[in-house]
Ligand binder design. Structure first.
Ligand code: MRU
Length: 368
């Protein structure tokens, strides 16, 4: 997508042909900083520290991390060490494991001499495939927005979204935002309610930033506001992303998504989840009980970072010293609360039969 008129992906192979460039998302929205990753450890730290975040981008970064590892050492041991280093970064987004399995499956049969080039080529492909998939999601989700727009010509279609499932969370286009960008580019009036998404504020700092750069109308709201807006008919549909979808259609996403789904259900607001197929985990039968939920450091809750009046970036404490905090990063929305899954192969029911029928090849891979 465009930043001040210049096209950017969230991650790319640099012009030197081996290092990896990525937008440092921890510095947004106040500073636009490009990071340069030069080895596997830096790629792993970029994922752990959330320099890069969002399930599809975590997968793409892991693939480039493996390529950087192969540049330094092409042995079987190096593949395994890189796999272990990268898989240990964050537990919930399944795209991480998907990408590492893809890379390992491709690299192991190759002679070491061929592994570095092959790893870079596959990582580039994974990045390009992500963009193609998201454009498919855009087209399949567009119809949902068009249907509502047609009923109320000239009025904005009000979409609520949670966290950042935008182009910053993928390689480009985003998942939940993809239909929104396409509708906007097609001249359909769209307005987005953007949940701030405590404690790291991915909505307020990232989704608002990217929608603003694309000229999409939006309003940032505290996380607890969505239910009230739904009760008063100000939300036409909700579209969120996901870090892992179980075989039964349960959806894991940023903490707070489950509460939004409950409010949507209670008010008859359609609740859609946009996802690329690498985010489906057919090895998990029941999402609510089986998906590992990341718990992150308490300082993300006790402190907040922002810009002072004179533009300095500062972090301040907002919770009393000594008060214990808990920081669950994700929750699981049961399939029964999901109106549909917007994928690159269509809008599906959130159930095993629909997911299996749409992605039979993924079941085979999961069984291996
Ligand atoms: O902790 P984060 O910022 O990585 O969480 C991101 C989300 O929950 C996104 O909604 C999800 O990864 C989908 S991104 C297309």
């Amino acid at each position: 997508m465009k930043v001040d008129g210049k096209h950017f992906r969230s991650i790319w192979r640099a012009t030197d042909g081996w290092s990896v460039g990525a937008i440092d998302q921890r510095r947004l929205p106040h500073e636009f900083v490009i990071a340069r990753l030069t080895n596997c450890a830096e790629a792993a730290e970029a994922i752990r520290s959330m320099l890069v975040r969002g399930a599809p981008l975590i997968g793409a970064t892991a693939a480039y991390g493996m390529a950087l590892a192969m540049r330094d050492d092409r042995s079987d041991g190096a593949i395994d060490r890189a796999y272990q280093m990268l898989i240990a970064t964050r537990p919930t987004a399944i795209n991480l494991k998907w990408a590492l399995e893809e890379m390992r499956r491709m690299l192991l049969p190759l002679p070491p001499s061929a592994r570095s080039d092959a790893a870079y080529a596959r990582a580039d492909d994974i990045a390009d495939e992500d963009v193609d998939i998201n454009q498919g999601i855009a087209k399949n989700g567009l119809a949902l927005i068009e249907t509502i727009a047609a009923k109320r010509p000239g009025e904005a279609v009000n979409v609520l979204t949670h966290c950042n499932a935008g182009w910053l969370a993928t390689v480009d286009w985003g998942t939940a935002t993809a239909p929104i960008y396409l509708a906007h580019d097609r001249g359909i009036k769209v307005h987005v309610w953007v949940d701030e998404t405590r404690p790291r504020n991915q909505g307020a700092s990232l989704t608002a930033w990217e929608l603003g750069h694309h000229g999409v109308a939006h309003t940032v709201i505290p996380d607890n506001t969505g239910g009230h807006l739904m009760q008063h008919g100000q939300v036409d549909l909700a579209i969120v992303g996901t870090d892992r979808v179980a075989a039964n259609g349960d959806v894991c996403n940023k903490i707070g998504t489950y509460l939004k789904a409950l409010a949507a259900h209670d008010n008859g607001v359609p609740f859609y989840v946009a996802l690329p197929s690498p985010t489906i985990d057919f090895t998990v039968a029941d999402g609510v009980t089986q998906i590992p939920i990341e718990q992150r450091g308490g300082e993300e809750v006790t402190h907040m970072t922002g810009a002072t009046r004179d533009g300095r970036i500062e972090t301040v404490r907002i919770v009393p010293e000594g008060s214990p905090v808990a920081n669950y990063a994700f929750d699981v929305t049961p399939a029964r609360l999901v109106t549909g899954l917007i994928t690159e192969r269509g809008v599906l029911q959130a159930d095993r039969a629909s997911l299996s029928a749409a992605f039979p090849e993924r079941i085979a891979t999961a069984a291996e």
